[in-house]
Design a protein around this ligand. Structure first.
Ligand SMILES: Nc1ncnc2c1ncn2[C@@H]1O[C@H](COP(=O)(O)OP(=O)(O)O)[C@@H](O)[C@H]1O
Ligand SMILES: CC(C)(COP(=O)(O)O)[C@@H](O)C(=O)NCCC(=O)O
Ligand SMILES: [K+]
Length: 242
């Protein structure tokens, strides 16, 4: 049985093949704003799979995928079999990628755990000691630290966030790098401290998403960096639901 796992998030839509037990090397990515049936035909031409599982947080693309996938397909939602419970007043509001993160993190890192997903938004998802999804935090993604300044000022350029040489920037770009990376690490540290305080017990903290490695390098409270946690959550959900 070969699954096509699809993580349709706001910046990138990722496609990975897997068996029930493990991700396979075949990986594809389409920038989410470029997803169309034609582009899917092009990028995934000849890719063989028996069934698909999707976590989508972009309804337009979810519809394109629904029409394009010609095999048995499961769209992850709060109604799916997840292997974790949901103890949350508005389960239908939870992004499917956040649910996939909860499935993967609980399976790989145990409960309680917190998943920090550095994407278009940064999300913090809290899975409690009873392996139930409790909720979390949504904040602007790292890219917003640069994009906002470039769009709203006359003299600040776009930056590609990188490890600052020092905190005291000695050029405009260095000052922006320091603001983005140290500022963002501060945001993550403060939120993790508050979550742990409220949880009342020490969770495993796992970071994922495009910016995880850069930010986690300066946040010692992050125990693991795992780029595949969302996809392994989808793999586990495929086994449970297809
Ligand atoms: N190919 C890539 N490899 C690593 N990081 C990337 C890549 N593309 C984008 N990123 C960085 O990761 C951030 C979020 O990407 P991603 O985690 O895919 O977002 P989302 O899950 O919201 O689609 C981007 O804003 C960018 O900073
Ligand atoms: C918070 C998100 C935008 C994160 O998505 P991403 O950054 O991965 O594109 C997504 O999980 C979402 O649209 N959630 C719905 C609202 C909620 O989870 O409360
Ligand atoms: K994501």
């Amino acid at each position: 049985m070969t699954y096509l796992l699809i993580d349709n998030s706001n910046t990138r839509t990722k496609f990975v093949l897997s068996t029930p037990d493990a991700l396979l090397p075949e990986r594809y990515m389409i920038p989410t704003r470029e997803v169309s049936e034609e582009r899917l035909d092009e990028v995934l031409a000849g890719v063989h799979y028996d069934a698909a599982v999707v976590c989508s947080v972009v309804p337009r693309v979810g519809e394109v995928l629904k029409n394009w996938i010609g095999k048995p397909c499961h769209f992850l939602s709060c109604d799916s079999r997840l292997g974790v419970g949901i103890d949350y007043p508005h389960p239908r509001q939870i992004g499917a990628d956040r649910l996939a993160n909860a499935v993967g993190a609980a399976a790989y890192y145990g409960c309680p755990c917190v998943v920090v997903d550095f994407g278009t938004a940064v999300t913090f998802d809290v899975i409690g000691p009873q392996c139930t999804y409790l909720g979390g935090v949504i904040a602007p993604g790292l890219a917003s630290m640069g994009d906002y300044l470039e769009r709203n000022t006359a003299l600040l350029p776009a930056i590609d966030p990188q490890e600052p040489a020092h905190a005291i920037g000695t050029s405009t770009v260095e000052a922006m790098q320091s603001g983005a990376v140290y500022g963002y690490r501060g945001l993550v540290k403060e939120i993790l401290a508050r979550l742990e305080e409220e949880l009342g017990t020490r969770p495993a903290v796992v970071a994922t998403g495009g910016d995880a490695a850069l930010i986690a390098r300066g946040v010692e409270r992050i125990d693991h960096v795992d780029p595949d946690i969302t996809l392994n959550g989808l793999r586990i959900a495929a086994v449970l639901n297809l």
